[in-house]
Each structure stands twice: as C-alpha cells, then as structure tokens.
Design a protein around this ligand. Structure first.
Ligand code: 4AD
Ligand code: MG
Length: 428
C-alpha cells in the first residue's frame, strides 16, 4: 500500500468499511488481556485503533511505546464508543521509530512544558494553536493583497533605533556595533515612495527586561505603511484587518477553536467601526476608576486592562501626548503637545497595535530627533525621505502573538509561538 489516509478524513466518515493505511505517532496506549487500544495521531486528528491478540499487528502493538512513529493498516468501522466515532481494527502495524520513555506525562507544570517545548509541540493543544497561527498569517497576507498592498522584506540588522535605545539588542557585526531590528517601520517608510502601500510580516526583537504575560524578546510583527493617508485611514485599515482575520478564523477554524474551547462567537462578533477614545478621555475614565494617573503619563498594563474591560472588545485610544510617543510621530496640527498616534487595545491583553501618522516635515523631524537626543547622522537617510518628495503617510505595527493571545484566550503570549524567547527563556 502506498497511499496514506489523513485521520481527519476517516473521522469525517469517508472511509467506513474500507481498509486504510495511516501513519503517525502513538498518542495513548491502553491494554487489556486480549486487546490493545492505541490512539494514533497525525497532523489532522487522533483515532482509536484496536489490535486483537490473534492479529499480525499484536507483537508490534505490544512493544510500541508512547510517541513512537508507526504505520498502521486496517478496516474502518463506526463505533460510538470510540473518541471521534470511528475506529480502525488493525491488520498490520509497523514501528518506524520506537520511542524511549516520553518525559511528558499528564499534569505537568507550565515551566516544565516550556523546558521541553521541542516535545510539547506534539501535544494536541500546541498543534491546534500552531494550525490557527498558520491560518492567521495566511489571512493577514490575503487581506493585504486584496487591499493592493505590496509585501516587502525589511532588514534585520540595523544601525539606528526605531523604538528607543532601552530595548535594543546590540550585536557585533564584524568590527562594528549593530542592532537587531525592533520594527521595520522606518524601512517601510522608505518603500512607500515607490510602492505607496507596503506591508511585511517579520520578526522584531526587543530587549524586554520585564517578565509579563505579553512580552517576548522575539516576536512576529505585521507592519504596514501607506502614502497619502493619515491616522484616521490607518485606524480604519487596522480595524478592517483585525475584523477580516477574526471572521476568517471563526469561519474556517471551527474545529480547532472548539477543541481549544476558544470563544468563537467573540471572533465572529467583531465588527467595524471599533470604538475610539482619545488619550485624554482614557485618563478621565481611569481617574473615575480611582487610578492615580496624571495627564502626560503612559498607560501601563493595569490601566490598559481596566479600560479594555469597560469596552469588552477591540477599541482605539488615539491622540497621545507627544512626550510618550516616538520621535517619528506627526504632531497634531492644532495642538503641538499632541501626537497623531493610535493604539488598538483588546480585553485582557491590552495593546495589540501602535500606529499613526508620521512626521513628514523635514525641519520638524530634525527638531524631534534633537529633542530625543538622537544623532542626526544616524538618521540622515530617514531625513532624506522628507527632502525628496515628502508625502503625508501613516502606518502601524501589530504583534502576531498578542493578537493570537486575545483570539484564543491564551494565558501567556508564550503559548502563541513555537519557541518563545523571553529574558529567561532562549532554549530550546
Ligand atoms: O508599539 P510598538 O513598539 O510600535 C512599533 O514598533 C511601531 N514602529 C510599529 C509601526 O508603526 N510600524 O510595537 C507594535 C506592536 C505592539 O502593539 C505589540 O502588539 C507588539 O508590537 N509588541 C510586542 N509583542 C510581544 N512582545 C513584545 N515585547 C512586544 N513589543 C511590541
Ligand atoms: Mg506601542
């Protein structure tokens, strides 16, 4: 037999009464005197296989261990008692790779599971999350392509900061000191002068010393930049993107969402326009809740969560004090204390995007660089963009893992990426 049937197909009832061959790994094993029950998993699902003592498969079934890789053939029958409603009565079982005693058993600590993430990735839970992650990225690309955006590939080695020196990872680049990118934004800005609407999906690196449930040191960043638009258009693009992805995942990943006990309705109910409040309104709301925050101070995780709770769904906070936003933000035309910058927040996670209009005036940008104590020569190329055909433009950055954390109700952002990197975790 040369072809293998995906387990999902069998569970869908397509192969009842037929002889099939499957391949996968042993998920569970249970034995009685005359029968061995094997649960076998492949990337599509898990199915029960029974091996009778008089079958040719018995010897291998007796020997096989949890997480061994196997080929199995047998007849498919409907059985209400079997998980999934179908089972295979095995005729042949071949062990491809016999596993040693698998270190992961039931009820293990999150810490241990992270230590053995290379093995924990085989769990149903991680398989489901990784499947949805892949779909999420597919729909992000689909959205931008439909909107006429061009995908670009920014550099990872950079020579000047985008998001401030405090979270820069330095590295030796031959005999020079360089950094790992924190955001592709400045490079996307350069690309709009020819391509007008660009986006990328790439890693960003942050030397985050804080240990929180929403910070990684390496995360995947969806970033977009567009010419001839402002903050308003950018918020519209962001809400359209998030809505598109939520709906598509809700419609296409029902099985995975149900298996993860994720709130599918929450995704399908996402609808534009998202509520918008200004930073000043956010401060008023926080004061009313008893927070001791003053206008001009940045919102922390607790503040973000408290306001997000009120909305119970995605919403924007926009028009921030200039001093708490980056040097590249465009100053409000009527109030020089404010920046045209917007964050998108969701319940439990807080901020999932930051975006807004960019300073497109050369002199104002130079002044901002000076105010931030940044060296003009490091940003000469970026200033050049304002010297040659400057244009109003805006963009944003979305953290893939934060979005997934909210969509799937994950406890920790570390669950949303196969090999999480944090201040303490860089292995495996
Ligand atoms: O808010 P940030 O720092 O904004 C920027 O980098 C802009 N230059 C983006 C742009 O306009 N192109 O990061 C954007 C998003 C955050 O809202 C958050 O979702 C995510 O990136 N993010 C992180 N995710 C996980 N771990 C971290 N340490 C993160 N830092 C930022
Ligand atoms: Mg931000």
């Amino acid at each position: 037999m040369s072809s293998f049937t995906p387990i999902q197909r069998i569970l869908e009832g397509c192969c009842e009464g037929e002889t099939v061959q499957i391949r996968g790994w042993i998920y569970r094993k249970r034995e009685s005197k005359k029968t061995i029950f094997l649960l076998i998993r492949d990337r599509t699902g898990v199915i029960q296989c029974t091996i009778k003592q008089d079958s040719a498969a018995w010897k291998a079934a007796d020997k096989v261990t949890i997480e061994s890789s196997v080929l199995l053939s047998g007849g498919v029958k409907r059985d209400e008692r079997a998980p999934g409603g179908f089972e295979i009565t095995a005729e042949q079982l071949t062990i491809v790779g016999l596993a040693e005693t698998f270190p992961i058993t039931e009820y293990q600590s999150e810490e241990f599971l992270r230590d053995v993430r290379h093995l924990w990735l085989r769990s149903r839970r991680m398989t489901l999350i990784m499947n949805i992650r892949s779909e999420l990225l597919r729909f992000v690309h689909e959205f931008f392509r439909k909107q006429g955006f061009i995908e670009v590939s920014p550099p990872m080695f950079i020579s000047s900061a985008c998001e401030g020196g405090a979270t820069l990872f330095g590295l030796k680049y031959f005999d020079k000191d360089l950094y790992l990118t924190q955001s592709a934004q400045l490079y996307l800005e350069a690309l709009i002068y020819s391509l007008e609407k660009v986006y990328c999906v790439a890693p960003s690196f942050r030397a985050e010393k804080s240990r929180t449930v929403r910070h990684l040191t390496e995360y995947w960043h969806v970033e977009a930049e567009q010419a001839f638009v402002g903050m308003e258009e950018m918020m519209k693009l962001e809400e359209d993107l998030v809505t598109y992805v939520c709906h598509k995942i809700g419609e296409n990943c029902r099985k995975e969402l149900d298996a993860l006990k994720a709130d599918r309705d929450k995704l399908l109910e996402v609808k534009t326009p998202f509520p918008r409040i200004t930073y000043s309104e956010a401060i008023e709301r926080l004061k009313a809740k008893g927070f001791k925050i003053k206008w001009g101070e940045d919102l922390g995780y607790d503040e973000e969560k408290a306001i997000a709770e009120e909305f119970g769904k995605p919403f924007f906070i926009h028009t921030y004090p200039k001093q708490i936003k980056a040097f590249y933000c465009k100053t409000h035309p009527e109030n020089p204390e404010l920046a045209l910058s917007a964050d998108l927040l969701v319940p439990r996670v807080g901020e999932i995007t930051t975006g807004g209009a960019r300073e497109d005036d050369k002199e104002k940008l130079i002044k901002r660089l000076e105010e931030f104590g940044l060296r003009r020569e490091d940003y000469q190329w970026y200033i050049d963009l304002r010297r040659y055909g400057t244009v109003p433009h805006a963009g944003f950055g979305l953290g893939v893992e934060r979005l997934l954390m909210w969509m799937l109700d994950l406890e920790n952002v570390m669950e949303a990426i196969p090999f999480p990197r944090t201040i303490r975790r860089f292995h495996p």
